[in-house]
Design a protein around this ligand. Structure first.
Ligand code: GCB
Ligand code: CA
Length: 841
């Protein structure tokens, strides 16, 4: 039922919305969210509240006598469903499916009289009793997944058991010799007479051949339910399921009354067995398997959370092609299409329930969290890809009052969280003893102090050493310490990552500069450290795709930039680092796709590094047809050449071969040579500098803003002050070139350009980094000793963190170039970026 809906972003009760004329409503198709844009504009926050959906539905007479259900794959986050004015069901929680029996409320008469009105009220308001309370991604409201109409016979498999298939298949024991299959489920008899039925399950292989079969007679009273369980004859020498060979059988379960088929369910079946070992890692089908994985969020630039099934599937294909064999679905259950794709593609899954950052100590919160777990497990139970159920993420990151803190000190709360976690863990164990329980924690002692870290069977640690703070090596040290102190613990690296922006590149990358090169160096180091610790249960990159993060700044505000691909699914160069390491298919990639516009200080040619990721034994690099020699990629499949760039286009080709076949990659890099001595540059047109950072920034026109440097005669650069960056939580507004403003220099005395004599326009780019009150920072600006700006007060002028560009006319004479000086009146001056261009004649 995805098409033909109408949407109204307000309205409290059904009576009111039923009487609102169609014209007041927007036409929408599902999946739909009302927050596809507003979390990412410069207005603070986004709309969290009520939205109504309505639709008419004609039902033909042929459905008369059937049971009819509405099946919602997900609605964020509370949904109330009405049919023909009657309230039929409610669902709490934005990430799992729910089903409502609407038979009684529907009209089937045929013709116009059979027009039914469906209406769904969806509410994504903050709710203290519904996880998640806080997340770090947009909480998109809406009917953002597919909706189905299901019609069954009066006697049918249960539909409303947590919107599960009503049939559950497990493999109590599997070996190479044989696989046991157990099928259990519930038949519901909604008729007025007792039913004598036969339940039959058939296992077929991928070619459709029947390999096992079993049946059972069942008597189900009128209006009653009957549970069944079948142990099928063992399958001999089953074709095992694995990431390399995701072979799927299927189990078809039918319920019949005599010859009459009443219902049929087909579910996937994979024969596999697995275990975790604290000393040796993960084993699948008896063999050690290094879990190489990544995390996935479900949103997409411009669409919010409203993705089609095809888009969900494409995401998993990106992950598979990268060579991963594992995905953590953080931080919530995802579209049904995702698990189906994981089964088919061979990706092992950690699915988790959205308890994030803190909890409300209240029975209602606990009950909702438990219901979500039951939803998740029963809906995902039949998927062979699933190996772990996660119960929470970084639950001690925030205080019980909902504030980010360093350390918990409320011991009562810590005990309550422990009890809560233990309760959820026990629930998962009881629901599904065939998988492992897990949770993810952040770098804090609180989890051990509170006894929370020991609750689940697998412990996920989220590690960002070398990004938010510390060095790359802090990663391995943290892991080793935990492993030593808790040798009995199965330790999984559930997150690690660093942000990047394809506009930002550097020959001297620094922590938190958002350059692609720092991100690459981070992952290269982590790959090495992971390789050195075979006892790890597995690892997962944070994150496969850039995703929404409404309360963050950085070089792309409102976005978490740690993806292997951008938010609109453009692979970054770092994606190919993983591909080279994890996917054995021969490949070579010139890791400069994100840096095709470069600049450097001359004379030409200017030498800069070019990195190639490749899993070939040897790769040769050519620049403009000339060989720079062949190299063997290193232990993480990287090789770097020092390439002499000439002004203009440089064609870079990397080439290698394997098994008699040639593999190559080709990138054209446009290079601008900035003369070391600007004074002699009679052709000088313009020069921009990304003040406060060593990284270059490429703008949309392809112009490269140079990295910053101290002034030296003949060139450009700052005089005095120190480099700084914005607080990561403060979004920079009023510009689409945020990286230029993200870094800045404070307390500088001057900025100099030794340009040739002539008339210029100096563009000063500012964004007030720290002050939100006028008067705290005030400075004057002079050019070559002449005051041009008096009393610049950025907070007063534009407020905090808002891009403020000021252009001034300037004249360079007598070979003195341009000296733009900054004189403090109050506080210290700042400058975020600067550009000098020749005035038009
Ligand atoms: C974490 C969180 C995740 C964040 C990530 C980050 O530890 O679990 O939700 O997005 O860090 O990028 O900071
Ligand atoms: Ca779907």
């Amino acid at each position: 039922l995805d098409d033909g809906w109408r949407f109204l972003p307000r309205g409290q009760n059904f009576a009111w919305i039923a009487s609102t004329p169609d014209a007041a409503w927007a036409r929408v198709n599902l999946p739909h969210t009302w927050n596809a844009q507003d979390p990412f504009d410069d207005a603070p926050s986004y709309r969290r509240g009520v939205g109504w959906y309505r639709r008419t539905l004609h039902l033909s007479d042929s459905l008369k006598g059937k049971r009819v259900f509405l099946y919602f794959e997900g609605a964020n986050q509370v949904a109330d469903v009405y049919v023909n004015g009657a309230y039929v069901c409610e669902h709490r929680g934005g990430y799992t499916a729910f089903a409502c029996d609407v038979t009684k409320q529907l009209k089937f008469d045929g013709g116009a009289a059979s027009e039914n009105l469906l209406a769904v009220k969806v509410d994504n308001s903050q709710n203290p009793f519904i996880p998640p309370l806080s997340v770090g991604y947009a909480l998109y409201g809406g009917l953002y997944r597919d909706v189905w109409l299901l019609a069954t016979d009066a006697v049918h498999f249960e539909v409303t058991d947590h919107a599960s298939p009503g049939v559950f298949v497990s493999t109590p024991s599997v070996s190479r010799e044989r696989g046991e299959v157990r099928v259990r489920g519930t038949v519901v008899n909604d008729s007025t007479a007792a039913a004598a039925v036969v339940v039959q399950s058939t296992v077929t292989d991928a070619a459709g051949r029947v390999v096992s079969e079993g049946r059972r007679e069942l008597r189900v009273g009128a209006g009653a339910k009957g549970a069944f369980e079948l142990s099928l004859p063992r399958v001999v020498r089953p074709h095992l399921w694995s990431p390399e060979d995701p072979y799927l059988y299927s189990v078809t379960t039918e319920v019949r009354a005599g010859e009459r088929l009443l219902d049929r369910k087909v579910v996937p079946l994979g024969f596999r067995w697995f275990r975790f070992d604290p000393e040796r890692g993960f084993f699948l089908n008896g063999e050690k398997l290094q879990l190489k994985g990544t995390n996935r969020h479900q949103d997409y630039e411009g669409l919010g959370s409203a993705l089609s099934d095809a888009q969900h599937v494409r995401d998993l294909e990106w992950i598979k092609q990268m060579g991963a064999n594992f995905v953590r679905l953080a931080h919530y259950p995802q579209d049904p299409a995702v698990l189906a794709a994981a089964d088919r593609l061979g990706l092992l899954i950690w699915e988790e329930s959205p308890v994030v950052n803190y909890i409300t100590v209240d029975e209602r919160f606990t009950e909702n969290a438990e219901e979500m777990l039951r939803d998740m497990i029963r809906q995902g139970y039949n998927h062979p890809s699933v190996i772990m159920w996660g119960i929470m993420n970084e639950v001690f990151l925030w205080s019980p009052e909902g504030a980010r803190i360093r350390e918990q000190n409320d011991t009562t709360y810590m005990r309550q969280v422990r009890d809560f976690a233990a309760k959820l863990n026990a629930l998962v164990r009881a629901e599904d003893p065939t998988r492992y329980t897990t949770m993810a924690i952040h770098g804090s002692k609180d989890y051990d102090r509170a006894g929370v870290a020991e609750i689940t069977q697998v412990l996920g640690v989220n590690e960002y050493s070398g990004w938010y703070s510390g060095t790359f090596e802090g990663f391995g040290r943290t892991l080793d310490r935990r492993h030593e102190e808790h040798p009995e613990q199965v330790i999984f690296v559930s997150e690690y990552g660093a942000g990047s922006d394809d506009r930002v590149n550097s020959t001297r990358p620094e922590r938190f500069d958002f350059s692609g090169q720092w991100q690459q160096a981070f992952h290269e180091s982590y790959l090495r450290q992971i390789e050195a610790r075979p006892w790890l249960a597995g690892t997962a990159i944070w994150n496969e795709f850039d995703f929404s993060q409404p309360e963050t700044g950085g070089s792309i505000p409102y976005e978490n930039q740690k993806g292997m691909l951008t938010w609109d699914r453009k692979p970054k160069d770092v994606y190919y680092l993983y591909k080279a390491n994890w996917n054995p298919a021969p490949m070579v990639h010139v890791a400069s796709r994100d840096w095709t516009h470069r600049a450097g200080i001359g004379p030409a040619p200017v030498t800069q590094p070019v990195k190639v990721y490749s899993n070939l034994d040897r790769v040769e690099l050519f620049v403009n047809g000339r060989s720079l020699g062949a190299k063997a990629p290193d232990d993480v499949h990287a090789a770097v050449w020092r390439v002499p760039f000439t002004p203009g286009d440089n064609v870079v080709v990397a080439r290698g071969e394997k098994g008699g076949r040639e593999y190559s990659d080709r990138v054209t890099i446009h290079f601008r040579v900035v003369p070391a001595d600007l004074r002699a540059d009679t052709a000088f047109r313009a020069l921009g500098v990304n003040v406060g950072s060593l990284a270059q920034v490429t703008d949309r026109t392809g112009e490269v803003w140079m990295g910053d440097q101290p002034y030296h005669p003949g060139s450009y650069g700052y005089v005095g002050g120190e480099a700084a960056i914005f607080n990561k939580d403060i979004p920079i507004t009023g510009t689409s070139l945020e990286p230029l403003y993200f870094s800045y220099r404070q307390g500088l005395r001057a900025y100099r350009f030794d340009v040739p004599d002539g008339d210029y326009v100096v563009q000063l780019r500012f964004a007030e980094p720290t002050e939100d009150e006028p008067g705290a920072r005030v400075f004057d600006v002079s050019v070559n000793g002449r005051r041009v700006l008096e009393g610049v007060d950025l907070a007063a002028r534009s407020g905090q963190a808002r891009a403020t560009d000021i252009s001034i006319a300037a004249h360079a004479g007598e070979g003195r170039g341009l000296t733009i000086s900054f004189d403090p009146e109050k506080g210290v001056p700042v400058l975020n970026a600067i550009r000098v261009r020749r005035a038009e004649p």
